[in-house]
Ligand binder design. Sequence first.
Ligand code: PSU
Ligand code: MN
Length: 304
Amino acid sequence: MNEKHLEVSPEVRAALAAGKPVVALESTIISHGMPYPQNVETALNVERIVREHGAVPATTAIIGGKLKAGLSRDEIEYLGKKGMAVTKVSRRDIPVIVAKGADGASTVATTMIIAAMVGIRVFATGGIGGVHRGAQQTMDISADLDELGQTAVLVVCAGAKAILDLPLTLEYLETKGVTVIGYGTDELPAFYTRVSGLGVDYRLDTPAEVAAAFRAKLELGLKGGMLVTNPIPEAYSMDPAVINKAIDEAIAEAEEKGVKGKEVTPFLLAKVKDITGGDSLASNIQLVYNNAALAAEIAVNLAK
Ligand code: PSU
Ligand code: MN
């Protein structure tokens, strides 16, 4: 691999060389997914939770044109403070940001790319991008889904937000050959809620079972990732009526304002948070912690 554009922290490098479990983490969730200062606090807690579960955290971003795996506290603080002013970097954005020597926050797609480049197999986040409602007209389909179809990284999330068209998102993942696992559930979790009325492809109940399925995929040389959907803990799940009403309002406002392209997801996330008066933010934070713990356990099993 050409390491010219890569910077792996000493801790992450040592863990990978020793075959120890490592969990990748994204940074768009820090800059664009949550407000400051909760975003920085959450990012640091997620790193701690990964460690407590026996793995090394590798938060990713682009800093000064370098793809980074493993950020310092100061770098996390910097991205969190800068918020939406940081460039949100998905696959198509990487070449120009690197060539300019600029900074960028990694989406799910970019985090998978960085993880695969350095040899990290497991990644924890909150929610992935997907097929947006109205995609039949707008063709707004997140690059995260194609990345899952081509890059061999296992992604642990809490399902997808109902800001997306969930049935179409599942169809798209099927087309791309992405296995959707329900962790301890037969139903696709919908981020803020444990239920969606839609089925997952397979239910698996332990980190060891998930690791075995992913190991089989790697051994077979099947390209692409795997999606593990982990329901939000009961205690933090939201009333579906409340959250769905907030989402409908947010989507109506986005349409009215003509919000387009890469702005759509951050706009909807911020609106939903405002409408629910911060309740959704508290849930969001807890489900990320839950995913970090599971991802670390899967990484530990995969490293055995
Ligand atoms: N969904 C969330 N929280 C997030 C995102 C999505 O619930 O923070 C972020 C992730 O970084 C994801 C990106 O990769 O938004 C998807 O953006 P887009 O839909 O523009 O591909
Ligand atoms: Mn989009």
